[in-house]
Design a protein around this ligand. Structure first.
Ligand code: NAP
Length: 470
């Protein structure tokens, strides 16, 4: 596919191969963008900003709604793209497409609700003759940098509200999964988005990232990705608005009074969805001692039923990791934990980029797999004695995106809701439950700011005050 700059689909001599992570076959190629392409995209976006700022809201609504319709009409093609360039199975990919349709529709709906309010200027003695109001104004050009694991919907989460708010965007999708973002660009162009408003530059973050994030014409960097890249970008961007949606090391707490079957089923799904490459995927499960043995038995049995295979086969439950390198990384992390005393209850084996669903116990505190983000199909089980202990352990990491809790006791639920240091608590479901209109984001190193269309729109627009001196 080609990249999108100023309404033109641009090819380059230098290309990057997009490979199916399961077997390494080449799915397509994309241009290997350079700093000069980023400069051209930002120049185009300057025009795009003025065009979209002046576009009546009713037209932005129409374009975003039409784009949602185009994605829905071509849902299977979008799903196949997600499931061949990335790790997701075709069934997981279909769910992502359905969510991306929602994300575009919600963006259209929220465009209608970008409102200000009147200001009681006469509340200030001496200002009796003044009237006025504020309205929300687009911020300008937004750089949207996105990760590989939700290659369509996480792009939609930036592009949708940016367009709704009257901005222009330069997207840099993950190098391993750029095709879904480009297809979203095609849908928006077909929907009638004026040229220049959306620009998509493909290429390696290490080569073109600086040109994008340091350019003073960029008013906001909206980044979703790993903590290391996030920190690197924060060091460089200077005086710009920033949205940081980073990683996590997600805890789930299972109390003895819970619905055990539901806790097992939902936590298995949360741990191995997208081969564990999910920012709110279940990584650490704290289980009350009295039900620990039973939970462990059922959890391991359920995990063993997961069918691993090629993403496009209908009965595949879990696909590969995004690269063989990533699968080797987790193999090393597990080996390190085992050396320090952890026990593998199931899995722990790798074939190429496939790492089998893996359950660990007796993981010593402080080892990498306990404290860092695994972003892999592995999960740790730990027994706990008291709720205070479980909460303290759940909080004892540098991340805080979501937590899942399972209990029928409302008192315990409210205690955990209050005391867990996270951006969202999911009660009686896995931590990885999310819908696209809710505020989404984390505390500590999991990020800054919130996405979820209404909340992203607040970040992507600014209040402008108008005061009449009568
Ligand atoms: P990543 O390696 O941090 O890359 C994310 C994006 O940043 C890619 O487009 C990458 O480009 C680009 N990038 C890397 N270094 C850059 C730099 N110095 N300047 C500008 N751009 C740069 O993350 P990933 O492996 O794709 O995704 C996994 C991570 O994303 C996990 O940590 C996960 O938790 C996080 N995530 C968070 C959320 C959330 O909402 N909180 C959602 C999904 C994923 P290249 O691809 O060219 O390297």
């Amino acid at each position: 596919m080609k990249m999108l700059i100023g309404g033109e689909w641009i090819d380059k001599k230098d290309t990057i191969e997009v490979k199916n992570p399961y077997d390494g076959s080449v799915v397509d190629t994309v241009p290997s963008g350079k700093a000069e392409d980023v400069a051209a995209a930002i120049e185009a976006a300057e025009k795009g900003y003025r065009i979209n700022r002046d576009l009546p809201v009713n037209q932005r609504i129409r374009i975003l709604s039409r784009a949602a319709g185009i994605i829905e009409k071509n849902a299977e093609e979008f799903a196949r793209t997600i499931a061949t360039e990335g790790s997701k199975t075709i069934r997981e990919a279909r769910k992502e497409v359905a969510r991306a349709v929602q994300t575009m529709l919600i963006s259209a709906e929220e465009a209608r609700r970008i409102v200000g309010e009147t200001i009681p200027f006469d509340s200030m003695p001496g200002s009796e003759n003044r009237v006025g109001y504020y309205f929300r104004f687009p911020i300008g050009i937004i750089a949207a940098i996105t990760p590989f694991n939700d290659p369509l919907n996480l792009v939609a989460h930036k592009v949708g509200p940016a367009i709704a708010g009257g901005n222009a965007v330069v997207v840099k999708p993950a190098t391993v999964t750029p095709l879904s973002a480009l297809k979203l660009g095609e849908a928006l162009m077909e929907a009638g988005l004026p040229p220049y408003v959306l620009n998509i530059v493909t290429g390696h973050g290490s080569k073109i990232g600086d040109a994008l994030v340091t350019d003073p014409r960029i008013r906001m960097v909206s980044f979703t990705g790993g903590v290391e890249a996030g920190k690197e970008i924060m060091k460089k961007i200077g005086l710009k608005k920033v949205g940081m949606e980073l990683g996590s090391n997600t805890p789930v707490i299972v109390c003895a009074d819970c619905d055990l079957e539901k806790a097992v089923e939902n936590s298995v799904s949360g741990a191995f969805w997208a081969a564990g490459q999910n920012c709110i995927g279940v990584q650490r499960i704290y289980i009350e001692r009295s039900i620990y043995a039973e939970f462990e038995k059922r959890f391991v049995a359920r995990t063993r039923k997961i069918k691993v295979g090629p993403q496009l086969e209908e009965d595949t439950d879990m696909g590969p990791m995004i690269t063989e390198g990533e699968a080797k990384r987790i193999e090393k992390w597990v080996a390190d934990a085992v050396k320090k005393g952890a026990r593998i209850l199931t899995g722990g084996t790798r074939t190429g980029s496939v790492y089998d669903p893996t359950v660990l116990t007796d993981v010593p505190p402080g080892c990498t797999i306990d404290v860092e983000e695994v972003f892999a199909p592995t999960v740790n089980l730990y027994p706990f004695e008291t709720l205070d202990e479980a909460i303290a352990k759940a909080n004892a990491v540098n991340y805080g995106l979501h937590a899942g809790i399972f209990t029928q006791d409302i008192g315990k639920a409210f205690k955990m809701i209050k005391e867990l240091d996270v951006g969202g608590v999911i009660v009686n479901d896995s931590s990885d439950y999310r819908i696209d209109m809710m505020p989404f984001g984390g505390v500590k190193q999991s990020g800054l700011g919130r996405e979820g269309i209404k909340f992203a729109l607040q970040e992507m627009t600014e209040p402008r005050v108008v005061c009449f001196n009568l």
